[in-house]
Ligand binder design. Structure first.
Ligand code: ARG
Length: 463
């Protein structure tokens, strides 16, 4: 039935292979809610403008709502040979209500219809993902609050560098997720315009009102230019880019969780709910979840590059290539949603092994910079000279197999007599951490300030 809708010019039955290549119903059926919502808004506008009768509108609306119920109950399976979700629903509607159903597509093309459905999907999921990001930020803040006094070696080049606290480290990730959140919100605002009513590419001679449909669907206003609107997939690309960037952050955190939960580190223990075993090695507890989050980042990046590549050479306006826009977005949205949900659980449930982190601070002479800074400050030495003297002190500590913070004053002075007794306290790792009290620094009090500022932001966003 529905096949006939779009085949006035085609005299032969489609080849099976054409259908297999061409039909998007197997994957775009997940847009059924958006398609029905869009068609109700469009037919409402048609009736308001006197283009169809209000009687036809009533039939269309109740027919579409009935179809919605049938899809959700599994009575209408969306597994026929219709080309896409739009054809499947319109066909079903016409089967149900006859001529009124055939009037639904007045002043509309599948080109603006698909642009609308897809945009509604992207906008809805942008909100869902943004909310999940907020939840993750809150969880990171909770864990940060309890660990502002937990010291660990901060690293550069994956080598011990300076002592920081674990709350500070977690707040770094909370800050990344805050930017991710803001990116989703700004994309939402930029794309909050209604595509419907653009028809095939040039608008329509029917006296439509795009404002009515836009208002009914909750958009800010209709888009400006119809040719652009049916050609545009930027909104989908933004979603893919936003997901990729966010997943890149999640992937870096995952990488750290994998390292930290290894026997070499032992800094965190993932809950047994979030670990898996080995089929042959009975002793194993593997961090599959962070590994998969890291791995899935490759997959969402692929989806972004795929759509950028599909779009880059297309002449205006709609080309069937653009049907390739959906699967990657559906996949990335599903991946991002699940990843955020599981990350939140995993961070909430993991055990932070403060003692192991603290012990690791005795490796790598973390407070060496403090000695150099001391010599600059107290002995008026040029930083480069202070740097070399400190290097010699580190060598001595290495020879004695101790950390720089364990050297006695006499030992320190054997390298340079300008090292005074105040230095001993400075070389203590906790003192070293708390000395970094510049704005945004790792000192416990500065970390607490960062959590408070983030909380203020959160309160504002939530209000
Ligand atoms: N299934 C198509 C898509 O996903 C819908 C738009 C088809 N438009 C057309 N003129 N063939 O892009």
């Amino acid at each position: 039935m529905s096949k006939k809708i779009a085949s006035a010019r085609i005299s032969q039955k489609s080849s099976r292979l054409l259908q297999e290549l061409n039909n998007s119903l197997p994957f775009d059926k997940i847009l059924y809610r958006e398609d029905i919502e869009g068609s109700i808004a469009h037919s409402y506008m048609l009736s308001q403008q006197g283009i169809i009768s209000s009687d036809d509108y009533t039939k269309i609306e109740s027919g579409l709502l009935e179809i919605l119920g049938e899809i959700e109950s599994g009575e209408f399976l969306l597994d026929g040979d219709d080309e896409d979700i739009h054809m499947a629903i319109e066909g079903r509607l016409t089967d149900k209500i006859g001529d009124a159903g055939k009037r639904l597509h007045t002043a509309r093309s599948r080109n603006d219809q698909v642009a609308l459905d897809f945009r509604l999907f992207v906008q809805k999921n942008t909100k869902t993902i943004a909310e999940l990001i907020l939840q993750n930020i809150e969880t990171l803040m909770e864990r940060a609050k309890e660990s502002v006094g937990v010291m660990l070696p901060g690293m550069t080049h994956l080598q011990h560098a300076q002592p920081i606290n674990f709350g500070y480290h977690l707040m770094a990730y909370a800050s990344m997720l805050k930017r991710d959140y803001e990116r989703f919100v700004s994309s939402y605002d930029r794309n909050d315009y209604s595509p419907i009513g653009c028809a095939a590419l040039a608008g329509t001679p029917h006296p439509i009102s795009r404002v009515i449909t836009s208002d009914k669907l909750g958009f800010k206003s209709p888009t400006l230019n119809c040719l652009d609107t049916v050609s545009d997939r930027d909104f989908a690309l933004e979603m893919l880019f936003n997901i990729s960037t966010m997943m890149m952050h999640i992937s870096r955190l995952s990488e750290e969780l994998i390292l930290w939960s290894s026997s070499e580190f032992g800094w965190v223990t993932l809950s047994d709910r979030h670990a898996t075993g080995s089929s042959i090695m009975p002793q194993k507890k593997n961090p599959d979840i962070p590994e998969l989050l890291r791995g899935k980042t490759g997959r969402v990046n692929g989806n972004l590059i795929a759509l950028l590549t599909v779009m880059k050479g297309l002449p205006l306006a709609y080309n069937k290539d653009m049907q390739e826009d959906k699967e990657g977005v559906f996949d990335s949205v599903k991946t991002a949603t699940l990843s955020l949900q599981i990350l939140d659980e995993m961070i909430s449930d993991m055990t932070i092994n403060d003692e192991k982190m603290q012990r690791a601070c005795m490796i790598g002479h973390l407070s060496a910079t403090d000695l150099a800074d001391y010599l600059v400050r107290e002995a008026g030495m040029p930083f480069r000279d202070a740097y070399h003297i400190t290097g010699n002190v580190v060598n001595l500590a290495e020879q004695n197999s101790v950390d720089i913070s364990e050297l006695s004053l006499a030992e320190l002075q054997s390298i340079d007599e300008r090292i005074g007794d105040g230095v001993i306290e400075l070389l203590d790792n906790r003192a070293s951490m708390n000395a970094r009290d510049s704005e945004g620094g790792t000192a416990t009090k500065r970390t607490i300030e960062q959590i408070e500022k983030m909380q203020d932001w959160m309160n504002e966003v939530r209000s």
